[in-house]
Design a protein around this ligand. Structure first.
Ligand code: FAD
Length: 457
């Protein structure tokens, strides 16, 4: 007998519950990836990174991985029929599009008496499973994280010793994968082996200092696992299990790190229960909020996208995003806040831009991260909290190293002076732009708009 393993956000062979289920249920497993034109329509850097990950997976399966392009329900149903597979195994998907797609695939298969079998998910605890005592989902993070922790997670599954991969039934239709340049910078390499190596390097070298250093983009010592988690090159359960066995598992760094993984799980859970929150305000408290649009705003947004706002910390982040397809978490918060609270743009437009440019672009983490900054999401920070792009820079990049790394026009300013070129006589000598808005004034404007929207003004 043959079963199909349809890979999606789980491009690995170890600790892969759906793979284990496929191996258990049949003599041979046909490994398939479907390039879905709907998902590939945007986000060129993600598509490029996906190719690199597929190339690694293909090598790990000894070249057995079959890649096809098309509407997944049609491709999968046809393959299942051709090889006579009664079961198609997948990891359970939790995004709105993924769930609709899987419903279509399930129906297409059921028409021929075949089954879509869901085992496991890209999360330590499947989205939707952590509920409070009344059976309701959690709406704020801290009680969720506690319950998630108490829920616990199964031990990682082994990598099956020897898998009999089935041969491509139509090798003429087989598509190549293009590993590409392999991605830039540290953590840029793709695939399961690279993910495990990155995780273990972080565990041994940077975990204990994570508590103190995680907010410092200049030090750049966070795990950079987001991109590996995005493609499922490593399962979070593997990370949590190895962490628990590590001597530093009681450290503040380890606790903080688990909390960050819990945010990823929480946002996926929120999206599972409230799929509309991907693109709409989660809370309606700011329903009447005025946002700007039109040509003048478009020019400001363009400056933000290009890293030319005249605020060094913001510009460094936006340039890192374009160069690396990744940005440090602290800088994601500050750049997002700048768009929403200094330029008065509704958060979905920034979330869209981030998703199009991040290699780790993930609907749940990104869009709920934006909602958190905008004050419309879970755990909304108080509405009067507006990040100051200058003091944030001075605090979290105290020597200006991060700014100089990304902004050559400021390389001549030493130390923290790089955060305030307007104070230096030669600050603008190398072409760095003047500030496009006055932060103090825009902050007051944001607060006025909030007050009006809340009916206090
Ligand atoms: P580490 O600090 O090493 O954290 C470890 C892991 O925990 C991360 O890999 C990630 O999986 C998870 N994590 C950490 N912080 C968060 C968080 N705030 N929310 C959810 N998960 C978290 N993360 C993405 O994976 N994809 C996105 O598209 C994304 N967009 C974001 C947009 C905004 C506006 C904000 C504020 C945050 C966003 N994040 C996103 C969360 C966070 O910035 C990144 O996960 C983190 O910077 C990735 O770097 P790292 O792997 O070195 O993180």
């Amino acid at each position: 007998t043959i079963s199909i393993l349809w890979f999606r956000r789980d491009l690995r062979l170890a600790d892969h519950p759906a793979l284990l289920a496929a191996v258990d249920s049949s003599d041979e497993v046909l490994p398939v990836f479907v390039r879905d034109p709907v998902l590939l329509a945007r986000g060129g850097v993600r598509a490029e990174r996906l190719e690199a990950s597929l190339a690694a997976l293909s090598a790990d399966t000894g070249g057995a991985l079959i890649v096809r392009t098309g509407e997944p329900a049609a491709v999968i149903a046809e393959l299942a029929e051709t090889v006579g597979a009664d079961q198609v195994h997948v990891s359970r998907e939790s995004t709105p599009y993924g769930r609709r797609r899987d419903d279509r695939v399930r129906r297409a298969l059921a028409g021929d008496g075949r089954e879509l079998v869901e085992t496991g998910s890209p999360y330590a605890v499947g989205p939707g499973r952590v509920l409070n005592k009344s059976g309701e989902p959690y709406r704020v993070f801290t009680p969720f994280a506690r319950a998630w922790h108490d829920h616990g997670w199964p031990e990682p599954g082994d990598r099956p010793d020897d898998i009999s991969w089935a041969a491509d039934p139509d090798s003429g239709a087989s598509e190549d994968v293009d590993p590409g340049p392999g991605g830039a910078g540290r953590g840029g390499e793709a695939g399961e082996q690279a993910a495990l190596a990155r995780w273990r390097e972080f565990l041994h070298e940077d975990l204990t200092s994570y508590g103190d250093q995680r907010d410092r983009p200049d030090l750049d010592t966070t795990s950079r696992l987001s991109v590996h988690l995005k493609y499922g090159e490593i399962h979070p359960r593997t990370i949590l299990a190895e962490l628990a066995d590590h001597p530093g598992s009681d450290s503040e760094g380890a606790r903080r790190f688990v909390t960050e993984l819990a945010w990823r799980e929480f946002y996926a859970d929120v999206l599972w229960h409230r799929p509309r929150s991907a693109w709409r305000d989660l809370r309606d408290t700011l329903e009447g909020m005025d946002y700007d649009e039109g040509p003048e705003t478009a020019a400001l947004v363009e400056a933000w996208q290009q890293g030319l706002t005249g605020y060094p910390f913001v510009d460094a982040g936006m340039r890192q995003l374009r160069a690396e397809g990744w940005m440090h978490n602290r800088v994601r918060m500050v750049t997002a806040s700048f768009l929403v609270k200094d330029l008065h743009v509704w958060w979905p437009s920034g979330a869209r831009y981030f998703l199009d440019h991040l290699r780790d672009g993930d609907l749940a983490s990104n869009n709920h991260g934006w909602q958190w900054v905008a004050g419309t999401g879970t755990d909304a920070s108080p509405y009067f909290r507006v990040f100051n792009p200058v003091t944030q820079g001075v605090k979290f990049d105290p020597d200006g190293d991060y700014v100089r790394r990304w902004i050559p026009e400021l390389a001549h300013l030493s130390g923290a002076a790089a955060h305030e070129p307007w104070r230096a006589a030669d600050g603008y000598d190398h072409g760095y732009p003047e500030r496009i808005v006055d932060h103090a004034e825009e902050r007051r404007e944001t607060l006025r708009r909030y007050d009006r929207a809340r009916g206090d003004g």
